[in-house]
Ligand binder design. Structure first.
Ligand code: SF4
Ligand code: SF4
Length: 410
């Protein structure tokens, strides 16, 4: 079972959670024999952009996994991530904005922000770094990354997602030479199962400035190096284009025969060519490891911190493409509620129900008491039958940027 990889390509109207749970049943043998074992589920909460933008883990997958684990008897389940530290520094709680806290409350599972965790020191080939205790002291580690292009790492899938295990600004230590940093994180932290969210992936200038693409795919396996190689090929890239995979090949972690095995596996699947994360000269310069080293030396200097914290500098870096996120925390929390109006216009559409992670009976029986306010139903409705009453706040910018694309691809 070690190198087994399952690829689920879901059709647009397929119930994703049912399909995933049925497939997970085939993996029951890999889970710990004791039902009191602790299970940590590492999400990919890169920013406050929800899963339909292609940036973060889809709640349909997260909830399907939690429901599956509970159904087979596990009770000590923890979910979380060490979200992009820039948000935390700017006073933005990504876990709250993505409603992960509401998922935890509804399912009785603990939610952790790994940036706030106790640290355990690991060795990234000579560099000591602190990772969150939950990531190394759990009995069973499930990694659920989003499949997306990434301007620094080419692709962010299983291997890159472990950077989120590093606490707060410790993440920078992996960025000095990102391919080595990611590689050593994955040899230092023991993971047990990977479930790649390739439902709505991202192409182009990812992780947060690319374009969402509906791949409708979930990939399950145990070996993150093999899964990432397969995902790169599935997305139309070669393994060599992804620096950490090229490095792992050189290190002999990925066996030569694996390419042939991938050819064999992929012959029955549709390859979707994602647009690459093409970068400009400024970004290429900043990503050089000598420049990264220099930045790390300056990072603790007062003048550097002051300069970086200023608004104009933030926007200048964003404009140059060096920074992926423009952090803005002023009065941007959203609040309000959803309601479905005039459902006679729905015809035979079931889209909102297909996307609801809680399987609420939409649109007719919308129940605000049960809803976790993920907004998936609102965002996928092409006829604007589902309305939002209140302040969209930070979501508004993402709707402007991705709203039409999401309605088109979902
Ligand atoms: S009803 Fe809509 S907003 Fe509420 S949980 Fe379901 S999809 Fe999310
Ligand atoms: S997505 Fe919109 S049109 Fe489709 S069933 Fe739901 S409310 Fe009706």
């Amino acid at each position: 079972m070690n190198n087994r990889i399952d690829i689920l390509q879901c059709s647009k109207d397929e119930h994703v959670k049912t399909r995933l749970k049925a497939q997970l049943a085939e993996w029951t043998a890999v889970f710990p024999p004791s039902k009191t074992a602790s299970i940590f589920i590492k999400l990919n909460l890169n920013s406050d952009m929800n899963a339909l933008t292609g940036n973060t883990t889809d709640l349909r997958i997260v909830i399907a996994v939690i429901e599956f684990l509970k159904d087979i008897g596990y009770s000590k389940i923890v979910i979380g991530d060490g979200t992009n530290f820039g948000f935390a520094k700017n006073g933005i709680n990504v876990i709250k904005r993505l409603n992960i806290d509401k998922v935890g409350k509804r399912y009785g599972v603990k939610v952790v922000d790994l940036n706030q965790s106790d640290g355990v020191q690991i060795d990234l080939s000579g560099v000591k770094a602190m990772v969150a205790r939950e990531c190394v002291e759990t009995d069973f580690f499930i990694n659920i990354p989003k499949l997306k292009t990434h301007f620094e790492a080419w692709m962010s899938i299983c291997l890159k997602n472990l950077v989120g295990c590093l606490i707060g600004k410790e993440k920078r230590k992996a960025h000095v030479d990102l391919r080595k940093g990611i590689f050593h994180l994955n040899t230092a932290i023991k993971t047990h199962l990977h479930i790649v969210d390739g439902l709505i992936a991202m192409e182009g200038f990812g992780p947060s400035r690319g374009v969402p693409v509906n791949l409708g795919t979930i990939i399950i396996g145990k070996n993150p190096f093999y899964i990432d190689t397969l995902c790169a090929r599935l997305a139309g890239f070669s393994a060599e284009q992804v620096p950490v995979l090229a490095y792992a090949k050189e290190a002999g972690i990925i066996e030569k025969g694996w390419d042939k095995e991938i050819d064999r596996i992929l012959k029955d699947y549709k390859i979707i060519k994602l647009k690459p994360p093409v970068t400009n000269i400024a970004v290429k310069f900043i990503l050089r490891s000598d420049v990264q080293r220099l930045i790390n030396i300056c990072r603790n200097a007062k003048w550097f911190k002051y300069l970086m914290a200023t608004g104009p500098m933030g926007w200048a870096l964003y404009g140059l493409g060096i920074r992926q996120d423009a952090f803005s925390s002023d009065a941007l929390e959203w609040g309000g509620g959803l309601a479905a109006r005039d459902i006679s216009r729905c015809g035979d559409c079931t889209k909102c129900a297909d996307y609801c992670p809680l399987d609420l009976k939409l649109p007719a029986d919308f129940n605000p008491q049960e809803c976790i306010e993920c907004l998936y139903c609102f965002m996928v409705c092409r006829k604007n039958v589902i309305e939002f009453k209140g302040k969209l706040g930070f979501v508004e910018g993402y709707l402007k940027k991705y709203g039409e694309t999401i309605k088109k691809i979902c």
